[in-house]
Design a protein around this ligand. Structure first.
Ligand SMILES: C[S@@+](CC[C@H](N)C(=O)[O-])C[C@H]1O[C@@H](n2cnc3c(N)ncnc32)[C@H](O)[C@@H]1O
Length: 207
């Protein structure tokens, strides 16, 4: 099953099924980005809009992009904010976003599905204004080394969504090669994760 089809199918239960990684991402994102306001946020891989409504409270305008019609549909059904625009787009192709137009690009739980992450970093660099920020939140590679990847239950089946391992150094190298400076780097555990490797990695870069 393609990644896009998988997310269309998962959109029905993404918000309601138990998912500690999703919940931890929500908390980590608010804790890391909640200290300032932005003119324009580009949310890459917005999914069902779990973070979109909150981004709308810290920005004048939010552009949320994703290639899954099902996920975007769910986000639109939930969202009450009027300062959010959605585009259905594949982020491995040029983004439908003007050069130097965003103050913050955020990408939450998406890059494990992207084989060539260099393109994403190059596009983030292109669309960010000077001193703009790129925030990444990803399933920690330590978990990937243990065989964990995005998955959901469909009836009695567990569907594993195609995923690619990106080492911590891959993120840092890809960012550095297009000129991003590292601002913040954190590892996160859910309260149920005692004794386990970190579940989530967040990295904040500045152009
Ligand atoms: C695990 S969900 C995360 C959604 C949301 N960011 C969140 O934190 O809940 C991953 C999202 O990435 C999107 N995605 C994966 N590959 C993509 C691609 N090539 N282009 C656009 N969206 C993509 C999926 O459709 C899905 O909505």
């Amino acid at each position: 099953m393609t990644i896009q089809k998988s997310y269309n199918d998962w959109s029905e239960t993404y918000d309601t099924a138990v998912n500690r990684t999703r919940d931890l991402d929500e908390a980590a994102t608010r804790e890391t980005l909640g200290d300032r306001h932005y003119r324009s946020i580009l949310e890459v891989g917005c999914g069902t809009g779990k973070n979109t409504a909150w981004f709308a409270t810290i920005a004048k305008h939010v552009h949320a992009i994703d290639f899954s019609e099902g996920m975007i549909q769910k986000a639109k059904e939930k969202l009450r904010a009027t300062n959010v625009e959605f585009s259905r787009t594949d982020i491995t192709q040029r983004w439908p976003v003007a050069d130097q137009s965003a103050d913050l690009v955020t990408c939450n739980l998406v890059l494990e599905h992207i084989e060539e992450i260099a393109f994403v970093f190059a596009e983030a660099q292109r669309v960010l204004k000077k001193k703009g920020r790129l925030f990444l939140s990803e399933l920690h590679p330590f978990r990937q080394y243990q065989g964990v990847q995005a998955r959901f239950n469909s009836g009695s089946d567990t569907v594993h969504i195609d995923a690619f391992v990106h080492h911590t150094s891959d993120f840092l190298d890809a960012a550095q090669s297009v000129g991003f400076a590292l601002k913040d780097f954190r590892e996160w555990w859910h309260e149920e994760d005692t004794g386990k490797p970190p579940r989530l990695l967040t990295i904040l870069f500045q152009k």
